[in-house]
Design a binder for this molecule. Sequence first.
Ligand SMILES: CC(C)(COP(=O)(O)OP(=O)(O)OC[C@H]1O[C@@H](n2cnc3c(N)ncnc32)[C@H](O)[C@@H]1OP(=O)(O)O)[C@@H](O)C(=O)NCCC(=O)NCCS
Length: 172
Amino acid sequence: MFFQKETERFVIKTLIEEDVGQEYLSWFNQKNVKDYIYYKLNEHDRFEDLKRYVAEKSKDKDVIFLGVFNKDNIKEHIGNIKFEPVDVVNKTAVVGILIGNEKWRGKGVGGEALDGAHSIIRNLGVVKVFLGVEKTNDKAIRLYERCGYEYDESNYLKLDLDQCYCMFKILK
Ligand SMILES: CC(C)(COP(=O)(O)OP(=O)(O)OC[C@H]1O[C@@H](n2cnc3c(N)ncnc32)[C@H](O)[C@@H]1OP(=O)(O)O)[C@@H](O)C(=O)NCCC(=O)NCCS
């Protein structure tokens, strides 16, 4: 299924293989991305590997993988938000976010993009979104708190609580 949602500054839409470009590839060289994003590209074949990864996710019915693009320049790829897995039966999803485009740092992209992505997933019936965040990732924690995420004492995601926080948000 193809999803699309416009926010004030962005178009948030299902990420497809054709969206994989040098901009997206370059995010994997950034330190904060290496530290906090677990997908490791195959070093011999980075571009093709990333395309394969996106193609696989776009076919997976339990995944909603969204790209964030500049509304005024739709080819400009700014970041991604991935819900994986999406469980429509239990009305839950697990979210991850990567705002890789350095030109857009410090501009509140994360909050606006998450709001748009939440509305896509809410329309599918999902009412509770979980995430895991490393305790050292201050920027991400600030973002999630600003977006109304709370700390999940039940540790639904069974994370290592020495390293990470488990958080959740109820979608209204
Ligand atoms: C974590 C991450 C998603 C945050 O992205 P982001 O929300 O766009 O973060 P930015 O710092 O660029 O923007 C937020 C800042 O912009 C400021 N800002 C400027 N304009 C703003 C606006 N219109 N609305 C909200 N904030 C705005 C905020 O004050 C905020 O400052 P603060 O961080 O000092 O509180 C991003 O850093 C990232 O992708 N990191 C690598 C991957 C990662 O760690 N993912 C999370 C794994 S759990």
